[in-house]
Design a protein around this ligand. Structure first.
Ligand SMILES: [Zn+2]
Length: 370
């Protein structure tokens, strides 16, 4: 537009020079001709602008690149896996090294990719198109979760502990991100007192997460409000004293317990102890089933079920049972559209989407071709 005005001014000046300032009438008529030309130019410009903005919106269409042939369904279910120990002998709460490695391979082959628990609850899901996010959690912070062998003064991560196995698998399969949350309790997480600080900082630096499992693996059933705040807050106080810039804001309930007095449930989420305020964004149950998608109306971040990653005493609701279920009913499974800014959902599931949970993302509903 500036150009047009400039041209007009130049034309007017040229006309004035040509005609002389005393021939006012003539100049006026010349100016009206200029005005006409100006209007024409403006009209043309508007057409160009319209064309431009059309092209722009086409370029910016975030839905254009979504591959619907991969049948994305971002309101599908996601498994939050619960592990405890990695050990030599398989049992209800122990996964052997071989079995844990097999779990990772099977998940990888079946198109599951780890995301962080924080990204899960915040609906910040960034997984390649056609793949399914999964969250890996470990409870109790046992030594076999993260064991360090000191050899000739050098710290080596035990290749048979959970961290060692996860790192090795990630190195072999870079498209299987290193993501897991370790829920620890007490002042000696991972049970090597002199290495507590080293280990906690190492995990956070690697992008892994630390969650709260109370100060003493406490059962919440009979605790009053101040005790609940103490057992949660004291563990936050300890972990935060080492991890200064890291927020410990996810809680796994020991024994899956909740206060019998329902009025005290609120303190699982929020509370204060010794000047430490905590505000949990996720509360995890022991559970036996996959979680709803974080944009599902039924999703409750303060009661997230988990799937037991075991094959012993799982009552047909362990990891391998659910893998079989999702193989059989793939439409139940969360399938990523590959675009973290867009939430893509088949029309038939539109009703279960909670639009308030989109967290700034665009919702794309599409009709599936059967
Ligand atoms: Zn526990």
């Amino acid at each position: 537009m500036k150009k047009v005005i400039n041209i007009t001014v130049v034309v007017v000046i040229v006309l004035l020079l040509l005609t002389g300032c005393n021939k006012i009438e003539e100049v006026n008529s010349k100016i009206s001709v200029v005005d006409e030309v100006y209007n024409k130019v403006e009209e043309t410009n508007n057409i160009i602008n319209k064309k431009d903005s059309k092209e722009d919106s086409n370029l910016k269409n975030p839905f254009e690149k979504i591959d619907l042939s991969k049948r994305p369904n971002e309101v599908g279910q996601i498994m939050i896996l619960m592990y405890h120990n990695i050990g030599n002998k398989e049992s209800e709460w122990v996964r052997t090294v071989e079995n844990f490695k097999r779990d990772l391979s099977v998940l990888y082959e079946k198109g599951y990719r780890p995301i962080s628990l924080k990204d899960f609850v915040n609906n910040n899901i960034n997984v390649e198109a056609g793949y399914t996010p999964i969250v890996i959690t470990f409870d109790d912070g046992n030594k076999n979760n993260f064991n360090i062998i000191v050899k000739d003064g050098k710290k080596i991560i035990d290749p048979n502990c959970a961290v060692g196995i996860l790192e090795e698998f990630h190195n072999q399969h870079p498209d299987f991100p290193l993501e897991a949350t370790f829920f620890t309790f007490g002042k000696n997480p991972f049970r090597q007192k002199e290495l507590v600080e080293y280990k906690l900082k190492y995990l956070i630096e690697k992008g892994l997460d630390i969650g709260n499992h109370t100060i003493g693996h406490n059962n919440f059933t009979n605790l009053d409000s101040s005790s609940i705040q103490r057992v949660i807050g004291q563990n936050v106080e300890f972990l935060s004293s080492i991890l200064k810039n890291y927020e410990v804001n996810m809680l796994a309930l020991p024994y899956g317990s909740r206060p019998k007095n329902k009025e005290n449930e609120v303190y699982l989420k929020k509370g204060e102890y010794n000047g430490i305020n905590y505000n949990n964004i996720a509360i995890l149950n022991v559970g036996w089933k996959p979680s709803y998608s974080p944009i599902d109306k039924r999703f409750n971040p303060y009661s997230i079920p988990r799937v037991r990653a075991s094959e012993t005493n799982v009552d047909n609701v362990g990891l391998y049972n659910w893998l079989e279920y999702f193989d059989k009913f793939p439409q139940k499974r969360f399938i990523s559209d590959g675009n973290p800014d867009v939430v893509t959902v088949p029309k038939k599931f539109e009703d279960i989407v909670d639009k308030d949970k989109l967290n700034g993302k665009l919702l794309y509903i599409y009709e599936e071709k059967e």
